[in-house]
Design a binder for this molecule. Structure first.
Ligand SMILES: Nc1ncnc2c1ncn2[C@@H]1O[C@H](COP(=O)(O)OP(=O)(O)OP(=O)(O)O)[C@@H](O)[C@H]1O
Ligand SMILES: [Mg+2]
Length: 459
C-alpha cells in the first residue's frame, strides 16, 4: 500500500491541498495577465491613433497605416473623444468581429470567465476590445486576432503551473520530512519501547523514560510510564504472592501433621484425673480441630482466596466468648477483653470463618493497646436488627497509624506493626464479603478504634 504510513498519507494530503490552493491562484493570475496584455494593446493603439489623428489631412499613407497597425498588432483602431467616434486606422478588408469585450464595464468575475474561455475556443478569431488608456479619458476600440493572446496566455499559464508545482512539491516534501522527524520518529520510539517492555514486563529497566518535547506525546509517554510502573509492580507482587502461596501450602501441610499429633495428645488430656486440666481439654481440642480444618482447606484450594462459607445459624455469644477467652490468654496483663452479647443474638454465618474474623480483629486491637504500652480495653458486642446481625469490636487503643489507614484492606501494604504480615484485616474483610456482608472501619483516633461487621440474613 502506497499510503499505509502516517507520513505518506500526510504527503499525499499536503499535495492535494496545495493543488487546490494553487487552483485558486491560477485563475485570477491568468485573468490578470490577459487584462494587462489587452491593456498594453490599447496603449499602443492609442499612441498610433493619436499620431495619425494629429497629422495634417488626417489620412496617413497606406504603407504607414499598415506599419502602425502591425506595430500595435491590431486590425483596426478607433478613438472615442468627447462622444465622437473617429476611426483612426483600419486594414483594407476589416474582418467580422466574433466577440466584443468591454474592459470599462466588465467585473472581475466576467474577466476571469472570459480568460478561461480563451482556452476553450481554440479557433483563431477576431475580437473587439473596448477600453480606456491609462491617464487619458479617451475610449479606444480595437479589433485584433485572438491567436497571439492565446499563445501568450498559454505560455504564462504553463510557466505558473510549473512554478507552482515545483513549490507545492517542495513544500509537500519538506512537510513529509517534518512529519517523519517530529511525529513519526517519536511515535516509533514509543512503539519500540512498548514492544521491548512487552517482552519482559517484569523488568523495571524497560519502563519508558519520557523524552518527547511535544506536549501531547509527552503526556502519552507519561501515561505509558505510569501504566508500566504499576504493571511491573503488580507483576512483582503477583510473583511474591505465588511464592507465598507455595510456602503457605507447604507450611499448612506440615502444620496439619503436627496439629493432628497435638489433637491426639489433647484427647488424652481429656482423660486426666485433674478436673482443672480436664475442663480445658475440650477448648484445646476445639482450637486444634479448627486449625486442622483451616490447613486442609488451604491445601485443597491451594490459593489465597477463601472457600465459600458453609452457612448455619450461629449463636454469637458462645462464639464471641471463645474468641475473647483465647485472646485473653495471649494478651498482655494491661489489656482487658470482654464480650457484650445477649445470649439470644444469632447470625447467618460460617462459624469457623467468623471465628477467624473476630480473632483477627480482637488480636489487632489487643496488639495495638500492647504496642502503646498502656492499659486498655477491647469490647466485642453483638446485636440484631431486621436485616441481620451487627458485631462491633471496639478498643481504647491509639488508633490506626496513617500507613494502615491509607492502605486499609490492601494485602501486605497496610501492615504497620513490627512482625505483622499486613494480611489479618484483608482476610477478615474477604471472609465477611464472602458472607455478603461488610467490614468497615467505623471510627479511629487517639481514643480508640471501632470496626463494624454487618452480616445479612438473606445470604
Ligand atoms: N484496632 C487497631 N488499632 C490500631 N491499629 C490497628 C488496629 N487494627 C489494625 N491496626 C493496624 O493495621 C495494620 C494492619 O492490620 P492487619 O491485621 O491487616 O496486619 P498485621 O496485624 O500487621 O499483620 P497480621 O497479618 O499478622 O495480622 C496493623 O499493622 C496495625 O498497625
Ligand atoms: Mg493483625
Amino acid at each position: 500500500m502506497l499510503f499505509n504510513t502516517l507520513s505518506r498519507r500526510f504527503l499525499g494530503l499536503a499535495a492535494v491541498f496545495l493543488v487546490i490552493v494553487e487552483a485558486f491562484f491560477f485563475v485570477p493570475a491568468v485573468s490578470r495577465f490577459r487584462e494587462s496584455y489587452l491593456q498594453n494593446q490599447l496603449e499602443l493603439s492609442q499612441q498610433a491613433a493619436l499620431a495619425v489623428l494629429g497629422m495634417p489631412g488626417d489620412m496617413p499613407a497606406p504603407e504607414l497605416e499598415k506599419q502602425l497597425l502591425a506595430n500595435a498588432d491590431v486590425l483596426t483602431i478607433a478613438l472615442r473623444r468627447a462622444d465622437l467616434r473617429e476611426l483612426a486606422l483600419t486594414v483594407p478588408e476589416p474582418r467580422r468581429v466574433a466577440q466584443t469585450y468591454d474592459l470599462t464595464t466588465a467585473s472581475r468575475i466576467q474577466l476571469a470567465r472570459a480568460a478561461m474561455r480563451v482556452f476553450l475556443v481554440p479557433r483563431n478569431r477576431v475580437i473587439q476590445v473596448i477600453g480606456r488608456a491609462r491617464q487619458s479619458s479617451n475610449i479606444i476600440e480595437i479589433t485584433m486576432w485572438e491567436g497571439p493572446l492565446r499563445i501568450a496566455m498559454a505560455r504564462y499559464a504553463l510557466r505558473i503551473l510549473i512554478t507552482s508545482l515545483l513549490i507545492s512539491g517542495g513544500v509537500a516534501i519538506l512537510m513529509y520530512l517534518a512529519v517523519r522527524w517530529f511525529i513519526v520518529r517519536p511515535v516509533r520510539r514509543v512503539i519500540a519501547n512498548m514492544m521491548h517492555y512487552r517482552d519482559n514486563p517484569e523488568d523495571a529497566g524497560r519502563v519508558i523514560v519520557p523524552k518527547s518535547g511535544a506536549a501531547e506525546l509527552r503526556e502519552a509517554e507519561n501515561a505509558l510510564r505510569d501504566l508500566q510502573v504499576q504493571l511491573t509492580a503488580l507483576l512483582r507482587q503477583k510473583d511474591r504472592l505465588a511464592q507465598l502461596g507455595g510456602a503457605v501450602a507447604k507450611i499448612s501441610h506440615d502444620l496439619r501433621n503436627l496439629l493432628t499429633t497435638a489433637q491426639l495428645l489433647a484427647d488424652r488430656i481429656e482423660m486426666s484425673s485433674d478436673p482443672a486440666v480436664k475442663r480445658s481439654a475440650p477448648k484445646l481440642v476445639n482450637s486444634l480441630s479448627r486449625a486442622i480444618a483451616l490447613c486442609e482447606r488451604t491445601l485443597t484450594f491451594g490459593r489465597a482466596e477463601e472457600p465459600p462459607p458453609t452457612f448455619e445459624t450461629v449463636l454469637l455469644a458462645p462464639l464471641i466468648e471463645e474468641v475473647v477467652h483465647n485472646e485473653c490468654l495471649l494478651a498482655g496483663g494491661e489489656v482487658s477483653i470482654r464480650a457484650e452479647a445477649g445470649p439470644e443474638v444469632t447470625a447467618r454465618a460460617d462459624a469457623d470463618q467468623l471465628f477467624r474474623v473476630l480473632t483477627n480483629l480482637v488480636r489487632n486491637a489487643a496488639q495495638a493497646i500492647d504496642g502503646a504500652a498502656g492499659p486498655g480495653e477491647v469490647v466485642v458486642s453483638a446485636r440484631r436488627d431486621d436485616a441481620g446481625a451487627e458485631i462491633t469490636v471496639r478498643d481504647t487503643g491509639p488508633g490506626l497509624p496513617p500507613k494502615a489507614r491509607e492502605n486499609l484492606f490492601q494485602p501486605f501494604r497496610g501492615g504497620a506493626r513490627q512482625g505483622g504480615s499486613g494480611l489479618g484485616l484483608v482476610i477478615a474483610a474477604e471472609i465477611v464479603k464472602g458472607h455478603g456482608g461488610s467490614l468497615t472501619l467505623a471510627s479511629t483516633g487517639p481514643d480508640g478504634t471501632t470496626f463494624r461487621i454487618h452480616l445479612p440474613d438473606n445470604s
